[in-house]
Design a protein around this ligand. Structure first.
Ligand code: ADQ
Length: 482
C-alpha cells in the first residue's frame, strides 16, 4: 500500500458512502485495511482498473488523519467524519430519516434540522474530494441515498464532468417523498447528474413526476429539460450479482463438503429453510419467523423433519430502531424454540453473524427453501445469490413481491409479507413442491440471473451515461474482463 496524492488524474471516480475496504485495528495500536468484498466492488473493479479509477468513501470510524492510498492497484480516498457527523449524517439523516422514508415508512422517519445540516456539510465534503480527484472531462459515478446532494455540488465545482447517480434503495411514492421538508433540495441535488439510475422503472417515473411537480422543469418520458440547456435522463438499471463467481464457488469441493457438514450439524433434517439478511426492520424477519412457527404449532411442519436457519448480521446498532428490532427477534426466537423445539431439535437455528462468501455459498447449497420476505427492498441480492448457487436446478425460493428482485424472478413463490396466512401457504407449497416443479422454476430463474449479471449492470449504466452526454468528456474505456 502506498500513499498517492489526489492529483486530479482519475478518468473514472466512484463516490460511495463506504470505501471497499474496512479499517481493522491491530492489537498494537496500528490498523490495517482489509477488503470488504461487496457486490459493488466486484462489479466496478474491472472498469476502475481500465480507467485509472479512484474511489472516494468513508472507511468507517472517526480517524481524522487518513491520506489517500493505493490498495491492490485501486486508488482509495478516505473521507473523514467526526463523531457528531457519524451521529447526525450517517445514523441520523441517512438511516433515521431517508432509509425508513424510502422504504414505505417501515419505521417512522424522524425529521431534524440539525441532521439535515450535517447531511449538507458531509455531502459537500464528498463533492469537493471528487472534484479534486477527477481529471478533465472525467466520469464520476455517485452512489446511493447518503449522497443525493453530491451531483449538484460537484456540477457547480466541475461543469466539465460527466456525472452519473445510482440509487440502490427504492425511490418512494410521491406522497411519501412530499413529507420531506428538504424535498426540493434533494431533487435539485440529483438533477446535477446527467443520468439518474434506479432499480425499477416505477422509481424513475416517480422521480420524473416529482421533478415536474416540485421543481417545475419540463419533462418528457424519462427526460428532464433544465433551463441551462442540460438534459437529465432517469432510467432503471436493476442491479445484479457476480453470478458466475457464485456458481463457481458453489461448485467447488470445499463448499460442497461444507454444505454437507452444515446439514449434518443440523441433524440431517429432510428440509432446511434459510433466511440471510442484514438485521433490518425492512427485511421482514420477524413476520417470516412467526409464519414459520405457526406452521409448526399447527402440525403442518415438524421439528423432527424441518429446521429454519436464520442468519442475521447486526447492522446500524447505534440506531434505536435497530436495537429494538434485535431484541424483538431475540425474544421471538427464544419463545418459539422454548415452545416448539425438542432436545437437539431447535425450531429455529439463529445466528448473529457475518460470513465469508464461501460459507454463504455453502448455506445456499444446503438450503432447500430460501425465504426472502422484505416489506420493501431495492433489489435484494440474497435472492439472486441463492439462484446462482443452485447449479443443480433444485431448491425453492419464497420471495416478497416488494423486493425489486421479484420483477425478474417471477418463478419464485411470490408472497405479500404483510399477509401471514399467505406467507404460511407459500412456505408450505414450496416445502411440498415436487422436484419437477422446483426444477422448472429454478431453471427459468437461473437463466435470468446468469444473463443479467453485475458486470452487465455496470456496463449498461456507464454506456448509457456516455450516451446521455456524448459531446462532453472522455469516453469510459470498457472493462477488461477475463
Ligand atoms: P442490502 O440492504 O444490504 O443492500 P442485499 O441486496 O440483500 O441487501 O445485499 C446484502 C448483501 O450482504 C448480499 O450480498 C449478502 O450475501 C450479504 N450478506 C447478507 N447477510 C450476510 C451475512 N450474515 N454474512 C455475510 N454476508 C451477508 C442494498 C439494498 C438492496 C440492494 C443492494 C444492492 O437495500 O435492495 O439489492 O443494496 O444494490
Amino acid at each position: 500500500m502506498k500513499n498517492v496524492a489526489s492529483s486530479g488524474s482519475a478518468d473514472l471516480v466512484i463516490v460511495a458512502n463506504r470505501l471497499p475496504v474496512d479499517r481493522v485495528p491491530l492489537g498494537d495500536g496500528t490498523a490495517e485495511w482489509r477488503r470488504s468484498p461487496g457486490g459493488l466492488v466486484t462489479a466496478i473493479e474491472p472498469v476502475m482498473r481500465a480507467n485509472d479509477g479512484s474511489w472516494i468513501g468513508w472507511p468507517g470510524g472517526t480517524e481524522s488523519d487518513l491520506e489517500p492510498f493505493e490498495d491492490e492497484g485501486l486508488d482509495l480516498v478516505p473521507i473523514t467524519l467526526t463523531q457528531q457527523e457519524v451521529e447526525e449524517f450517517y445514523e441520523g439523516f441517512a438511516n433515521g430519516t431517508l432509509w425508513p422514508l424510502y422504504h414505505d415508512v417501515a419505521a417512522k422517519p424522524e425529521f431534524h434540522r440539525e441532521w439535515w445540516d450535517a447531511y449538507v456539510v458531509v455531502n459537500r465534503r464528498f463533492a469537493e474530494q471528487a472534484a479534486a480527484a477527477a481529471s478533465e472531462g472525467a466520469t464520476v459515478w455517485v452512489h446511493d441515498y447518503q449522497l443525493q446532494l453530491v451531483p449538484q455540488m460537484l456540477r457547480e465545482l466541475r461543469p466539465d464532468l460527466r456525472i452519473g447517480f445510482y440509487l440502490h434503495i427504492p425511490f418512494p411514492p410521491t406522497e411519501l417523498f412530499q413529507q420531506l421538508p428538504w424535498r426540493r433540495q434533494l431533487l435539485e441535488g440529483l438533477l446535477g447528474a446527467d443520468l439518474v439510475g434506479f432499480q425499477l422503472p416505477g422509481a424513475a417515473q416517480n422521480f420524473v413526476r416529482l421533478v415536474r411537480q416540485r421543481v417545475g422543469h419540463k419533462t418528457h418520458r424519462d427526460l428532464v429539460y433544465l433551463p441551462d440547456g442540460r438534459t437529465v435522463r432517469a432510467a432503471a438499471f436493476p442491479i445484479s450479482i457476480d453470478a458466475k463467481g457464485f456458481e463457481d464457488l458453489a461448485r467447488s469441493e470445499e463448499v460442497e463438503k461444507r454444505a454437507a457438514e452444515i446439514r449434518d450439524a443440523l441433524g440431517n433434517p429432510s428440509r432446511i429453510f434459510l433466511g440471510v439478511d442484514r438485521l433490518d426492520y425492512t427485511k421482514g424477519i420477524y413476520a417470516r419467523l412467526r409464519a414459520y412457527s405457526e406452521l409448526l404449532a399447527q402440525g403442518d411442519l415438524d421439528v423432527e423433519d424441518a429446521v429454519f436457519v436464520q442468519v442475521a448480521t447486526p447492522s446500524r446498532e447505534q440506531v434505536e430502531q435497530y436495537r429494538i428490532l434485535r431484541d424483538d427477534i431475540d425474544r421471538l426466537v427464544g419463545r418459539i424454540n422454548g415452545d416448539l423445539g425438542r432436545i437437539g431439535r431447535p425450531a429455529i437455528s439463529y445466528m448473529h453473524a457475518s460470513y465469508p462468501r464461501e460459507e454463504m455459498a455453502a448455506l445456499y447449497r444446503a438450503a432447500d427453501i430460501m425465504v426472502v420476505t422484505p416489506y420493501r427492498d431495492g433489489m435484494n441480492l440474497v435472492a439472486k445469490e441463492y439462484v446462482a448457487c443452485r447449479f443443480d436446478n433444485d431448491g425453492a425460493l419464497v420471495l416478497s413481491e416488494f423486493a425489486g428482485a421479484a420483477d425478474e424472478l417471477r418463478q419464485a413463490w411470490l408472497v405479500n409479507p404483510y399477509d401471514i396466512n399467505g406467507m404460511k401457504s407459500a412456505l408450505l407449497e414450496a416445502y411440498r413442491a415436487d422436484e419437477k416443479e422446483r426444477t422448472r422454476r429454478m431453471k427459468a430463474m437461473r437463466k435470468t440471473v446468469s444473463q443479467n449479471d453485475v458486470a452487465a449492470w455496470a456496463d449498461s449504466f456507464l454506456a448509457e451515461l456516455t450516451a446521455v452526454r456524448p459531446s462532453h468528456g472522455k469516453t469510459v474505456r470498457p472493462a477488461r474482463r477475463s
